[in-house]
Design a protein around this ligand. Structure first.
Ligand SMILES: [Cu+2]
Length: 414
């Protein structure tokens, strides 16, 4: 059990559980704040696809418009920089060619670029887009530049809701929204689009934690639903959970107290993110069975990446801060590697790799991911198949200020 728990914590999930619910006391915030409006859904983006970065969000919307597509769809997207400073558009999580993702291609004010890509097979899931202008990412995220992407699977029978969590823990741009379920099972597509908030999420009825089922991580569906009572979602990460809505009453999605400084460190407050106002009489919907098969490739070479920091002004990988003109790592296309992510610093660093999805070695279940938390003093091993197109891209900490202050490197797949 101790082994399972340790692995579960490293993988970013806790409370692996078979069924039922457990009563765990909840420390309430200082005041009970009122509920917000019914959960709004972002405006869908329609063809021809155009996005403009503006000081009030992408195309003036916060969160940005929803790009909803299917595997195999061709996406032609015009992106214009309507800011008065450089920006770039990162398509977070989709395994696209480095040339298409282009995180380092900064557009000057007024410039437009054109993306043309096909949604890869096996990627049905939840993604997002956001700026990647090195040194200015935190400021631009906090301006409200972030938007959702859904690659539909059409396979899960549930009331499908997108919850994009942004600055001040707003959900889809509002504080503490209410969801009124329309069927007996609700699918929450959770995106942590905050600049720096690591969220330990739970679903509560009163003070009782409810069991929910994880069905997808960053890279889409997992093999089978996994019963959990909490899940850690670092900046950048996504998780999709199924919540049972067959008992009338109030359920709360809460960010539970969590320390980014390891066990015993200062904890965040318990905060309400959204509530579910479950009406009586919704018919039960069975859980999905096997959702897909995920194979784990074997790595042929191991590398070590040491995450560290000095005060709150400098963050490093292997002792160096980011240099736009330096290639830190070269990998041969077609190979699979194991990366040892070693955190020698005093706080969590969520590690993110562009363009190439990975799996966490020794995780309690198989899942494709693009972001993984590395707790202080720990080592997390990931296995990365570099089977996509070659090119030059980046890996970095997804706490925006850490990335801005140097915790990023350049990877060249040749
Ligand atoms: Cu960091």
């Amino acid at each position: 059990m101790a082994e399972i728990s340790r692995r579960a914590v490293l993988f970013g999930v806790g409370g692996l559980l078979a069924a039922g619910s457990v009563a765990i006391p909840v420390i309430r915030g200082l005041s009970s704040l009122p509920d917000g409006p019914e959960l709004p859904q972002p405006q869908p983006l329609s063809e021809p696809y155009e996005l403009v970065a503006t000081p009030s969000g992408y195309s003036g919307q916060f969160p940005g418009p929803l790009l909803r597509v299917r595997e195999g769809d061709r996406v032609q997207l015009a992106f214009r920089n309507g800011l008065d400073s450089p920006t770039s558009l990162h398509i977070h999580g989709l395994p696209l060619s480095p040339a298409v993702d282009a995180p380092l291609a900064h557009l000057k004010p007024g410039e437009t670029d054109h993306r043309d890509f096909t949604i890869p097979p096996g990627t049905a899931g939840t993604y997002w887009y956001h700026p990647h202008a090195h040194g200015d990412v935190e400021r631009q995220l906090l301006m409200g530049l972030a938007g959702p992407i859904i690659v539909d699977d059409g396979r899960i029978d549930a009331d499908d809701r997108l919850l994009m969590i942004t600055k001040d823990l707003q959900v889809n741009g509002v504080a503490r929204p209410v969801i009124t379920p329309r069927s007996g099972r609700v699918r929450l597509r959770l995106i942590n689009a905050t600049a720096a908030d690591t969220l330990l999420l739970g679903v509560l009825s009163g003070s009782s934690r409810q069991t929910f089922h994880l069905i997808a991580t960053d890279g889409g569906l997992i093999e089978n639903p996994v019963a959990l009572t909490e899940i850690l979602l670092t900046p950048g990460e996504r998780a999709e959970i199924l919540v049972d809505a067959t008992s009338a009453g109030r359920l709360e999605l809460r960010a539970l107290p969590y320390s980014v400084y390891g066990p015993g460190g200062a904890q965040s407050d318990d905060r309400l993110l959204a509530s579910l106002n479950v009406p009586a009489g919704l018919a039960p919907i069975p859980l999905p069975g096997s959702m897909r098969k995920i194979d784990t490739p074997a790595g042929s070479r191991t590398r070590r990446l040491v995450l560290n920091g000095h005060g709150d002004s400098m963050f490093t990988i292997n002792g160096r801060t980011f240099d736009h003109n330096r290639v830190d790592m070269q990998v041969a296309s077609g190979t699979t590697e194991v990366w040892e992510l070693v955190n020698e610093h005093t706080m969590d660093h969520p590690f993110h790799l562009h363009s190439y999805s990975f799996q966490v070695v020794d995780a309690p279940f198989r899942a494709w991911r693009d972001t993984v938390n590395v707790p202080p003093g720990s080592t997390v091993r990931i296995v990365v198949p570099f089977h996509g197109p070659p090119g030059r891209t980046v890996y970095h900490c997804h706490i925006a200020s850490h990335e801005d202050l140097g915790m990023m490197g350049i990877l060249e797949v040749t």
